[in-house]
Design a protein around this ligand. Structure first.
Ligand SMILES: [Zn+2]
Length: 167
């Protein structure tokens, strides 16, 4: 599972449901109409009010290929927190939803949140390297990117533990 954020700036960090829906539409239009993808690239998105949106749908128990983590899409669900979290954490509501969603997906797909698995790390020159990382990672764990922001990346160890306790 790869955790992302959606925005390059904090301009859209808001709890206003209208703006959240606008941004959801924006990302759908960008991924589908501009990039020509079959659906939004992430499997799930979470807004600042903790509302979870289905992105690329998952039918039954077979994950549908996402488009969110170069060279890792064949093995990873993509969950995006809506906003930019380079300098702040998401809201408590968003974080609670993330925890519940990750717990649900671990149950659904038999993922051990405390285990490690093979990933492909992609650097800024798009060079690839095989690495081992936890089953739940920040995008920046497997690619040279600012996504999803250091505050989130630093909190994932705690998230994995809380998910393990909830399972
Ligand atoms: Zn990302």
């Amino acid at each position: 599972m790869v955790i992302h954020h959606t925005e390059e700036s904090e301009d859209f960090n808001t709890t206003d449901p209208t703006i959240c829906m606008d941004r959801l539409r924006h990302w759908f239009c960008y991924h589908v109409n501009q990039l020509g993808w079959s659906d939004i690239g992430y499997h799930f998105l979470i807004d600042a009010n903790g509302v979870v949106y289905e992105g690329r749908c998952l039918l039954g128990d077979e994950p549908v290929l996402g488009a969110h983590a170069l060279h890792n899409n064949d093995r990873a669900l993509g969950i995006a927190l809506m906003g930019n979290f380079s300098a702040q954490l998401p809201t408590t509501a968003a974080w609670c939803s993330l925890e519940q969603l990750v717990t649900w997906q671990c149950q659904r797909f038999g993922i051990d949140p405390m285990a490690e698995m093979g990933w492909t790390f992609v650097n800024e020159d798009l060079r690839c390297k095989k690495i081992k990382r936890p089953t739940i990672v920040a995008h920046s764990d497997i690619r040279t990117t600012a996504c999803p922001g250091e505050p989130i990346a630093a909190k994932l160890a705690e998230l994995r533990q809380r998910v393990a306790q909830a399972l």
